[in-house]
Design a binder for this molecule. Structure first.
Ligand code: NAI
Length: 332
């Protein structure tokens, strides 16, 4: 199949072109996919895109006009796709449901440890020949209560690590799993999780019921000085509300790998441009906020797996083998 690969970065090209036995032809395109850039897919059978590509109805209509029959996401989340519109237009959507839950879980832990021990500040101090310790005081993670929202593949990997640290791990998921309990967590109601957790880490998808799951009301239920970690999707947190809580100290630490309005910022080198997002600019002023630009997935193992599953999806679609295709369908 001829595949137009949107939002291509050098590392995508490297991993895709390393697979020499693939029979598909790839056109690597730098732009994000949206209704305007969709015309670039002309002459292709499928598009391949990533987390911040906009696969909304106008984009899908444009892809349909270009004769595209498959959208192959090279990510797990599909909140950026209008699934009912895809079904209506006869466009199949496939994704990579799992590539490395460890990559994301380990990055969440990196944010916790970095924030707690102020590694980001210590790094800069040492480079300035400043070895003073004031402001760097941390706490033992051992013995603390960690709340996990969403106990799927990443949540479970995260639970195992935090259990290994000697934490009490409590969790919430509308679909509890035995695996999370075996990993060392205990299911509780959401209100109990808010009230008892010293650290809260989000590992649920972005859907209507989880949008702004962290907001002024839920923040009010948390322990004073709580640490909040989000490696899932930016819009799980109402950023303005969390800024208010950071100002009062109610939120003591915030670790983000994702941000509500990240599509205009992340994955690009904007260092020659003015930062126009005032909310993001305010976040950057807090010493107890550690932000990375959606890199939690970014390990060699994850990229290898993303490439392998995407190619398998293309193969399965080409030979109409729905059982081997990781298809995404709208909820019944
Ligand atoms: P998964 O599908 O294995 O697990 C998600 C879990 O969330 C499921 O157990 C589901 O029942 C639960 N859930 C659904 N609604 C919920 C709610 N209202 N409250 C609490 N839990 C709820 O997904 P996986 O692989 O663990 O990924 C989780 C999320 O991580 C993805 O949806 C994606 O947004 C994010 N992600 C972030 C990456 C990054 O680089 N920062 C990379 C990969 C995924």
């Amino acid at each position: 199949m001829k595949v137009a690969v949107f939002s291509s970065k050098p590392y995508d090209i490297r991993f895709f072109t390393q697979v020499t036995q693939s029979q598909h032809q790839f056109t690597f395109l730098e732009p994000h996919l949206n209704a305007q850039t969709a015309t670039l897919s002309q002459g292709h059978d499928a598009v391949c895109c990533f987390v911040n590509d906009s696969v909304d109805r106008p984009t899908l209509e444009q892809l349909h006009k270009q004769g595209i029959s498959l959208v192959a996401l090279r990510c797990a989340g599909f909140n950026n796709v209008d699934l009912p519109a895809a079904v209506e237009l006869g466009i199949t959507v496939a994704r990579v449901p799992e590539y490395s839950p460890f990559a994301v879980a380990e990055h969440a832990v990196a944010l916790i440890l970095g924030l707690n021990r102020n590694s980001h500040r210590a790094y800069n101090r040492v480079r300035e020949n400043d070895y003073s310790l004031h402001g760097l005081l941390g706490f033992d993670v051992h013995g603390k209560t960690v709340g996990v929202i969403g106990t799927g593949k990443i949540g479970q990997a995260f639970i195992r690590i935090m259990h290994g640290f000697g934490c009490r791990v409590i969790c919430y998921d509308p679909y509890p799993s035995d695996a999370a309990v075996t990993a060392g967590a205990e299911y509780v109601e959401l209100d109990e999780l808010w009230a008892h957790s010293d650290i809260i880490s989000l590992h649920c998808p972005l859907v209507a019921s989880t949008r702004h799951i962290i907001n002024k009301d839920t923040l009010a239920k948390m322990k004073h000085g709580v640490m909040v970690i989000n490696t899932s999707r930016g819009a799980l947190i109402n950023t303005s509300d969390v800024i208010t809580s950071l100002k009062t100290g109610a939120v003591g630490y915030l670790g983000l790998d994702v941000y509500e309005e990240e599509a205009d910022l992340f994955f690009e080198d904007n260092s020659d441009d003015i930062l126009r997002d005032d909310v993001f600019a305010r976040l950057l002023t807090f010493r107890n906020v550690l932000i990375t630009g959606h890199q939690a997935f970014f390990t060699k193992e994850a990229l290898q797996a993303i490439t392998a599953v995407t190619l398998a999806n293309l193969d399965a679609f080409e030979r109409s083998d729905l059982s081997a295709l990781h298809q995404v369908l709208p909820p019944a």
